[in-house]
Design a protein around this ligand. Structure first.
Ligand SMILES: CCCCCCCCCCCCCCCCCCCCCCCC(=O)SCCNC(=O)CCNC(=O)[C@H](O)C(C)(C)COP(=O)(O)OP(=O)(O)OC[C@H]1O[C@@H](n2cnc3c(N)ncnc32)[C@H](O)[C@@H]1OP(=O)(O)O
Ligand SMILES: NC(=O)C1=CN([C@@H]2O[C@H](COP(=O)(O)OP(=O)(O)OC[C@H]3O[C@@H](n4cnc5c(N)ncnc54)[C@H](OP(=O)(O)O)[C@@H]3O)[C@@H](O)[C@H]2O)C=CC1
Length: 452
């Protein structure tokens, strides 16, 4: 990851100093010396730290995504050299709307009231009121990110602030090289599950827009926003959408297809089953495929593990996967429109050289190439698999295919044998098929004898 920067700038490590901080603590538990240095020397703040879990408890999500933002703003107001405060939100902070503009939308309940209430309400009551508070937001993550934006607007004071809203962040597109990824957020986790053969069906709308955005595009835009905010000092807080859907749309169908196509060339090692996922679009088929393609194989495999004296684990893993899928479903069955006027304005403000260095023009992205590199990156950087293992991985998939055919044939014969034993109709069908095959073979033999 850092090879390129080390080449270009060998003393890069002298320019960076990491300091320890915890958003759960007062003053973020930053040491006195570090705090002093921060207060007197900071020029630009990029505020990215957050909890991104969809299932986080509201108290924790409020603490990290709202209260900590409020405290950081307070700290920022004591920094005399501060030029810009860049807050990273998400394009889904207002996902209860279909068309989203680059503005901060009000929240039904004031963030300050939510922060106060978290101080005295106990966990059980918070659990009870969470669905009512989050209303038409899908989870505590998007809800608290929306509250965080309002806090930035209300408590930013005289600070020079901008908000960047990325959509679904994926592997890098170009920098420092294509396909780099280091966490299982967004699609990465599902790509692993599909490539390893655990994920066989996803409830998704193939035509819905897959609003992915490469991580390096987000970084480039964020840096450019830092520059523009510090140098041009816009009068109001500008919001920048870092999305792909309206400039270079890709849908889940195309993405899923390309992911599967890449597995053919670059399979993952030691797959549980052959990667062969598909989309389902309604409740009944989703339940059916979950039972047949997810739960049943897991139960059978756990039975095999038990028989061979090992600890069963597949059912647990599958339940976790199904829970994850249920949380992501909201985002893969809808499309949103994000306006990108500020982002386009920013691009036009950059010099041609800066447009090249801080490229965030998503129109230049080739999705098929990007997705292929993404899958390759997942294999290399998340699963840490070696490319030399590809021939063995392909052999393994062939073995799995043969086991699959063998299993299906055996299952068919067993079911058929049981049917024949019990039903006259099945027997008649069976005799019809056998006599048809016999006649066909006799005809074939006779005609080939005639030719000779
Ligand atoms: C033709 C048809 C073909 C069909 C083909 C199908 C192919 C598949 C292709 C792709 C489909 C793509 C679908 C994409 C869906 C994308 C939806 C994205 C929605 C984003 C909207 C919002 C955007 C944002 O603003 S970003 C924030 C994004 N946040 C997330 O993505 C977090 C979501 N995750 C969670 O909330 C939780 O993880 C949860 C609730 C889903 C699961 O929680 P659970 O408690 O069950 O598991 P975890 O403890 O979280 O983790 C399990 C396991 O993984 C390890 N782990 C967790 N996080 C990380 C990490 N960041 N990096 C590395 N490892 C991680 C964790 O340690 C655990 O490991 P153990 O060893 O088990 O301890
Ligand atoms: N991933 C995505 O698709 C999108 C992400 N975003 C936003 O981008 C930002 C980064 O998200 P992403 O990289 O995905 O998520 P990660 O979970 O990988 O990053 C979250 C960051 O927050 C820090 N953090 C979490 N808890 C604390 C804490 N208590 N004290 C101090 N630091 C903490 C983490 O530090 P450490 O590494 O030390 O744990 C980590 O650096 C977030 O603001 C998120 O809302 C927006 C849109 C899309």
């Amino acid at each position: 990851m850092f090879e390129k920067v080390k080449e270009v700038c060998p003393n890069v490590h002298e320019k960076i100093r990491a300091i320890s901080a915890d958003l759960n603590q007062n003053d973020f538990a930053i040491s006195k010396e570090d705090l002093q240095e921060l207060l007197s020397n900071t020029n630009v703040i990029f505020h990215c730290a957050a909890t991104v879990r969809f299932d986080d408890h509201l108290r924790h999500a409020v603490q990290l995504n709202v209260t900590a933002t409020q405290q950081l703003l307070l700290m920022a107001s004591q920094m005399p050299k501060l030029e810009a405060f860049i807050h990273i939100s998400t394009a889904y902070s207002n996902c209860n709307l279909k068309h989203i503009d680059e503005v901060i939308y009000p929240c039904p309940v004031e963030p300050k009231k939510i922060i106060d209430s978290m101080e005295w309400l106990d966990d059980a009551i918070i659990d009870e009121i969470t669905p009512k508070l989050i209303g038409d937001q899908p989870n505590t993550y998007t809800y608290t990110k929306a509250l965080g934006e309002v806090v930035v607007q209300q408590e930013g004071g005289d600070l020079n602030i901008a908000i960047v809203r990325p959509s679904i962040m994926g592997a890098t597109w170009q920098e420092p090289f294509p396909g780099w990824v280091d966490n299982i957020n967004g699609p990465s986790g599902l790509i692993i599950a599909a490539g390893k053969g655990f994920l066989r069906s996803v409830r998704a709308t193939p035509m819905a827009v897959a609003d992915l955005i490469p991580a390096d595009t987000v970084v480039n835009l964020t840096l450019a926003v830092g520059w523009y905010t510090a140098v041009h000092r816009p009068k109001s807080t500008l919001v920048y959408h870092c999305t792909s859907g309206n400039l270079n749309p890709c849908n889940w169908g195309k993405m899923g297809f390309q992911v599967l196509a890449t597995f053919e060339k670059i399979p993952f090692e030691r797959a549980f089953r052959r990667p062969n996922a598909d989309f389902t679009t309604n409740n009944i088929s989703t339940h059916y495929w979950n039972a047949v393609s997810h739960r049943a194989p897991a139960i059978i495999y756990d039975f095999y593990l038990r028989l061979t004296g090992r600890k069963p684990r597949m059912t647990k893993l599958m339940n976790r996967l199904l829970r994850t899928l249920s949380m992501l479903e909201y985002f893969i069955n809808r499309s949103w429109e994000w306006s990108t006027h500020n982002t386009e304005m920013l691009m036009s403000e950059l010099s041609p050289e800066d447009q090249r260095v801080f490229n965030f023009d998503i129109r230049q992205l080739n999705w098929l190439e990007y997705i292929e590199n993404y899958v390759l990156g997942v294999k290399k950087y998340l699963l840490k698999e070696d490319m030399a293992g590809i021939p063995e991985a392909k052999q393994h998939l062939k073995r799995l295919r043969n086991i699959h055919y063998l299993f299906n044939t055996a299952l068919f014969l067993i079911v058929w044998r049981l049917l024949i034993a019990r039903s006259q109709v099945a027997r008649n069908v069976w005799f019809f098929i056998v006599s048809f095959c016999y006649k066909f073979l006799s005809y074939f033999r006779a005609s080939s004898t005639l030719k000779v």
